[in-house]
Design a protein around this ligand. Structure first.
Ligand SMILES: [Zn+2]
Length: 171
């Protein structure tokens, strides 16, 4: 140690740590860039072997940050509502890879939409809950509709069944 004074020594150690950390991080970054395929394969294997654990972790994280997430998606939805189609075009690829929209898988986006529409069925205006309101596809999937937020609206079960394969937007 070049310093006798504990204050100095602490500061030196800290500087060394920061410098060292930057170097290590940079080396790791370079290595990853040179081994992209390997990194991808490793990630995939890890994901496949730990699917349940990752899902549990994600669920717990979401529970812990419930309020913050709700707020985030609430804002997100309001900010993008007017140009949702354009916005979703950019995101379509990502969204598609995430699989179908279900209220369980996309809980927070769905909750934010329910909040936005005041937990009402958009056709009959009856009040509902997360459990009673269903994900209605404005243009049904069977008629080429997409599984994205811009094609989705909350309806009660009877209205959803009444609508059937019709293409009607109540938003
Ligand atoms: Zn209804």
């Amino acid at each position: 140690m070049p310093y006798k004074d504990p204050e100095h020594r602490r500061a030196y150690k800290h500087r060394w740590y920061i410098a060292h950390q930057t170097l290590t991080k940079e080396r790791a970054r370079q290595w990853r860039l040179n081994h992209l395929d390997h990194v991808k394969a490793t990630k995939q294997t890890y994901y496949l072997n730990n699917r349940e654990r990752i899902a549990n972790y994600k669920r717990r994280w979401q529970e812990r940050h419930h309020e913050r997430l709700l707020q985030y998606y609430r804002n997100h939805y309001q900010v993008h509502k007017s140009d949702y189609l354009t916005y979703m075009k950019h995101r379509r690829r990502i969204v598609r890879s995430r699989g179908p929209f279900t209220k369980y898988k996309r809980r927070y986006e769905w909750l934010s939409m329910l909040e936005y529409f005041d937990y009402r069925c958009l056709r009959c205006q009856k009040s509902g809950t997360y459990d009673t309101l269903v994900v209605d596809h404005i243009r049904p999937i069977s008629r080429g509709g997409t599984n994205t937020l811009n094609n989705i609206q909350p309806l009660c079960d009877p209205c959803n069944r009444w609508k059937g394969r019709r293409i009607i937007s109540y938003r």
